[in-house]
Design a protein around this ligand. Sequence first.
Ligand code: DGL
Length: 267
Amino acid sequence: MIGVFDSGIGGLTVVKEITKQLPGMPVLYLGDTARTPYGNKSPETIGQYALQDARFLIDHGATVIVVACNSASSVASKILNSEFDNPVFEVITPAARRAATLTKKKRVGVIGTRATIGSRAYEQAIHAVDDRVSVMGQACPLFVPLIEEGWAKKGETTRIVKLSLQGLKTKNIDTLILGCTHYPIIRDLIHAKIGKRVTLVDPAEEVVKDLRQYLDAHQAVAQSLRSAADHRFMVTDVTEHFQSIAQSWLKRSVRLEKVTFGEGPGV
Ligand code: DGL
């Protein structure tokens, strides 16, 4: 199966994209809801959690890993790639590549958690493609809790989004990376506040495009990944709130299974 992990339920936006671009492909999802959020933790802690998450998925039958979490992708990609032989897809490289290709003014904005922005991972990945691009980062730590509270449509959220993007708005960017799993949920609001002339890049879309290309080129792997009948959603803590967000984001019935690290395969 394709193993997808995130700090919590935000990575379901990546699962949704897999459902869209790779219909019928089963996903083994791990949301580390007991330790969420990752975005305001140190790189060392996030790195350690990411290794545990990937290990858990591999122990439970995942052969290809997708790091849905931007915070984990931005600080742990190298270590995940060196630790495991399995193909690991992270969100930073494909979204950076897309932004570097799209920007005409060579001015790209990135929004994300403090960990993602502080790591400068998007900046480095964009410069690996084109070092003439100026990259402006802005941490937006208030967006995740507002979205998880279901406040996406409230006036307070509109004001906070406007205020958070004010600095970037003066930077003359023409491309903006939505560098956090949750931001596609308020994509229209972000677009309205940053300006309709700015092109948005959704890392979930880009990482799944990369995954799809890989599977097209590796048909035997693609075949082997289709072994399960349906998705499986595992989380390290279950609450009614997580359960209801999961269902409303995926627009399907979802049963969250509580798991504990250290359990053996098949749990
Ligand atoms: N999933 C995280 C990310 O994409 C956002 C939530 C968190 O901070 O854990 O960065």
